[in-house]
Design a protein around this ligand. Structure first.
Ligand code: MRU
Length: 367
């Protein structure tokens, strides 16, 4: 997608083929800085410290991390060491494990002398696949927006609420939840997006940055505003992303998603979740019991991070010194509150039967 009219992906290989370049998302939307990652350790730090974030992008960068690890040493021990280093970076998004397991399995069956080359081409393949999956999600989700638009008086706006950043910055390109919005906007549908601020890390700022760069009308709102807007008929549908979806359709996404789903349910607002199939964890059925919820530093809760009038990025404390903070990064929305899952293959119910029907081939790998 575009920044100042120039097309970018969120991750790419440097011109000399020796490094992986990313946009440092901790500096966005204030500063646009590209960082060159040259080692597997740097890739692990980039994921852990959220220089890159978003489930699909984490998975893709992990694959590139393995490729960086193979630059210096392709032996079995190093292969395992790179996997162990990367898998520990963040616990909730399943795309990380999906991508690392796929990479490890292929490299283990590749002679060490060829591992370096195969690791780089595999990472590029996973990145390209992500772009294709997200674009298809966009096409399938735009049909839903179009149907809602057709039911409204001609020329009226379709108001869509989203939470966190599930746009192109969270993937390689297009995004998940925002992809249908980009496609709908491109096709001339009048859309407006309510962008949840998404405390504590304010991923809503990333969403506002993306939508602004593409001319999509939007309004940033406090996390607690969504229920009020739904009660007053100001939200036609919600679309969010997910970090892990169970085989039964429970969805784990950024903290606060569950409360939006409850408010949507109470107000008869359709609540959709957009996801590429690598976000489905076929091994689990109960999202509440089985998905590990990341807990992050209390500083993200006690402070806000932003740019001051001097143009410096800094933290500002908002609570009494010594206040104990709980920073739960994700929550689980049970399948019963979800109107539909927007996937690359189409839209299906959030249920075990519907997922199994749509992805029989993928599910059978875990039988
Ligand atoms: O903690 P983050 O910023 O990595 O969380 C990201 C989200 O929760 C997204 O909604 C999710 O990964 C879906 S992204 C396409």
């Amino acid at each position: 997608m575009n920044i100042n009219g120039k097309h970018y992906r969120t991750v790419w290989v440097s011109d000399n083929g020796e490094a992986v370049e990313i946009i440092d998302q901790t500096k966005l939307p204030f500063k646009f800085e590209v960082v060159a990652l040259t080692t597997v350790e740097m890739a692990a730090t980039a994921i852990k410290e959220m220089w890159v974030r978003g489930a699909p992008l984490i998975g893709v960068l992990a694959a590139y991390g393995m490729a960086l690890g193979m630059k210096t040493d392709t032996c079995d021990e190093n292969l395992q060491r790179c996997y162990s280093l990367l898998i520990k970076t963040r616990p909730t998004a399943i795309n990380l494990k999906w991508s690392l397991d796929r990479t490890l399995a292929i490299l283990q069956n590749t002679p060490p002398a060829e591992r370096r080359k195969i690791a780089w081409s595999l990472a590029a393949e996973i990145a390209d696949e992500d772009v294709g999956l997200c674009e298809k999600i966009g096409q399938n989700g735009a049909d839903i927006i179009r149907t809602i638009a057709q039911k409204k008086p001609a020329g009226s706006v379709v108001n869509i609420l989203t939470h966190c950043n599930a746009g192109w910055l969270a993937t390689v390109d297009w995004g998940t939840a925002l992809s249908p919005i980009y496609k709908a906007h491109e096709s001339g549908i009048n859309v407006h997006v309510w962008v949840d601020e998404t405390r504590p890390r304010n991923q809503g700022g990333l969403t506002a940055f993306e939508l602004g760069s593409h001319g999509v009308p939007h309004t940033l709102i406090a996390d607690n505003a969504g229920g009020h807007l739904m009660q007053h008929g100001e939200v036609d549908l919600c679309i969010v992303g997910t970090d892990r979806t169970t085989a039964t359709g429970d969805v784990c996404n950024k903290i606060g998603t569950y409360l939006k789903a409850l408010a949507a349910h109470d107000n008869n607002v359709p609540f959709y979740v957009a996801l590429p199939s690598p976000t489905i964890d076929w091994t689990i059925k109960d999202g509440l019991k089985e998905i590990p919820i990341e807990q992050r530093s209390g500083k993200e809760q006690s402070h806000v991070y932003g740019i001051n009038p001097q143009g410096e990025l800094s933290w500002v404390n908002t609570v009494p010194e010594g206040t104990r903070c709980g920073n739960y990064a994700f929550d689980v929305t049970p399948a019963r509150y979800i109107t539909g899952l927007i996937t690359e293959r189409g839209v299906c119910a959030a249920s075990e039967a519907a997922l199994a029907d749509m992805f029989a081939d993928l599910k059978s790998n875990f039988a």
